[in-house]
Write a protein that binds this ligand. Sequence first.
Ligand SMILES: C[S@@+](CC[C@H](N)C(=O)[O-])C[C@H]1O[C@@H](n2cnc3c(N)ncnc32)[C@H](O)[C@@H]1O
Length: 273
Amino acid sequence: MPENPLPENGYVHGYSARESERLRDQAQTLTELLHHDTHYPAGCRVLEAGCGIGAQTVILAQNSPDALITSVDISEDSLRRAEDRIRQEGITNVTFRQGDIFQLPFGGESFDHIFVCFVLEHLADPEQALRQLHPILKEGGTITVIEGDHGSTSFHPENTDARRAIDCLVELQRRGGGNALIGRQLFPLVTAAGYHDVSVSPRMVYVDSSRPALVEGFTKLTFTAMVEGVAEDVRKQGLMTKAAWDRGIAALYRTAEEDGVFCYTFFKATARK
Ligand SMILES: C[S@@+](CC[C@H](N)C(=O)[O-])C[C@H]1O[C@@H](n2cnc3c(N)ncnc32)[C@H](O)[C@@H]1O
């Protein structure tokens, strides 16, 4: 096997400009579906763990303009971009800080609420990450965790190479220490990490050509772009031939045509300390 070409700290999607653009498109398309029921009260302290380039930070801050949000990420570069973005939006209730979710620089019970989105899927020990967050959450405070699950994908027309291309992404993430099928595990994970009143809400994105914004924003720019983004790694690791890969990607784009259909389910867990 060739050497693992995954970026530093194993983050499978990397930190390229295209990935940044993909995360922004993803966030815009999914805002309503994922965020409509997250509003934090005035004056409360919220930790966003793993904020990336700030795609969810903007939404969190706009939905809870009077909450005091601290957004943390391990990547200095992503934090800089997140900060620029927040400044451009004129948002003033967010503070950024570099940090590793496994050893965050906060004292006990520092936050009323914690928000974690699309981060656990990249971590080798997601339960431990949730455990590390437990002491810095106030008694009675809430944690919200949102994750996808690539195994939830279904589409029409069905295609074997498209399935294999998605499986390659799952396999690459596994080799990098992550889990692209983590959405279905949120209930047991959050429960095992010591939180109470765990409630998981599956959020399905259903896309057909009567929903052109989702065809563009989700099927093409979010999901298929994400799969396409690992083409080089798939090749380097010899997971699929170029011909089969190209057929798989073409088949995913095919689901965005007039008679195509694409479905994906996200999982949103909320729990209390
Ligand atoms: C897919 S991005 C999601 C970013 C953002 N939450 C969003 O939904 O747009 C995952 C982020 O987790 C960060 N990350 C990975 N491991 C981390 C760790 N141990 N501590 C803090 N952040 C981490 C990565 O740097 C990356 O920015």
